[in-house]
Ligand binder design. Sequence first.
Ligand code: IMP
Length: 502
Amino acid sequence: MNNRYGKLLNNVLTLAIVCNQWGDTGKGKFVDLFAEWADIIARGTGGANAGHTIRINGKEYIFHLVPSGILWDSDGKINIIGSGVAFDPKIAIEELAILKKEGKSYDKLQISLNAHLVLPQHLVMDRVKESDSDTGKIGTTGRGIGPLYVDHYDRIGLVVNDLLNKDIFAKKLKRNLAGKIKQLHLSDPNIVEKVMRHEHLENGIFYHPNEVFDVDAIIERYLKYGKELREMISDTEEFMRTSVNKNQKILLEGAQGLLLSVDYGTYPYVTSSDCSVSGLAKGVGISEKNIDLTLGIVKAFYMTRVGEGAFPTEIGGEESAEWCGRKDIAEEVEKIKFQQGTVNSKDEFSQGVHIRMAGNEYGATTGRPRRVGWLDLPLLRYAIKHNGPDVILTKLDVLSECETIKICLTHRYEGPNYSIGFKTFNTGSASWIATPNDEILRHCFPIYQTFPGWERDIRGVTDFSCLPKKFKNILDYIAKKAGVNVKILSVGPDRNETIFMD
Ligand code: IMP
């Protein structure tokens, strides 16, 4: 079976698939592809903020929480939701219901009893905070991720196993809610009520006009979820450790991307979990040393970002960032409004919109348009310091119609002098490796190398030797200048639109 993957998986028992950018690089396709090889597919980070689109024979599946390997359940593969995942039982149950309706099994799915639970209060805290301009908007997905991890570290979180023990659940829930109710009483009651009545919070069933939360309604609903999930809840960390010792083939599925890691990303414009390969290993309960191969996905030759935060190579700059941040902009709006123009528009804003449309860059979780920019090598050089140099380049077919491709080689810092430890970042200085500090990054300007485009559809190409010379030139440049080992090229969304390099 390894032949399908060339020599890539020789001597590999544990493989991790992570992303080296801000997420949305097409991990789902590769998790699905490697799931055929694996015995176990495990997620260890993120939560319902992540969205994986998997296309099989032209049909699209979108999952937020259930691992992308779930479609292999009927082939005997075990899917794991590890303890590092922010687990929202409501969303998990909705996804399982879709699978059931589609006739797909999930008999072998296991959910960690130690995964922290996303509860209604987390969604409320997330959304009320985001609506308050004084607290600094991050542009979150509104799935309660930040507040959940706050509770985890504040030692007041509830875990999946609590769903199975009524009295403990009630006691912990009341303790968890006490501080939040006090805090929410200081917020605008109209905003709180509006958030509580949102469909993601089941149209207000947990709302209490005086106490904010109807505790009994939460207990009743979540214990019901516990009953539905009971058979799947287990000690997955122990299972993973044992599986490593038994030489099982394990596929670790990352969520989001290195640049969104709370520990290593472009803080504070990050998610609240560690999306690096080390965070992923920890989130499933194994050591990073157990990973034999890490493949970091890089969208090329453009990249995307959702939400706030610096993006030096953004096509269309601030105008584009503002546009993508507007609540009323969605795919349908752009398609109608931008019938004129192409991916070669001279106007950068219009060019950005057309690249977004060509790549179908709209959030799987939120539907928001993703900000688009050229591939940024200083950020890539930084990311591979954490995730290692082996990469998969994805979405390479998207820019086939571009007359010119720009690759950012270095950054030029144009902000005020800024101290980093004993060093000073001087105005006008160049950086080869990005510093993921927003105070620096937002003053960085890209220095580009420009290449002629290959201007030919490459979607049907399955053999490296058949790729256009102009395309290969850009590839060589990236490999050399970023110090990456390109292991796989993805030239289309389907499984067979994949080129293994050795
Ligand atoms: P949160 O994870 O919902 O708290 O959002 C924090 C930041 O991470 C926001 O900028 C989000 O847009 C971004 N983010 C979270 N999940 C994803 C993802 O799956 N893809 C891209 N961006 C994400």
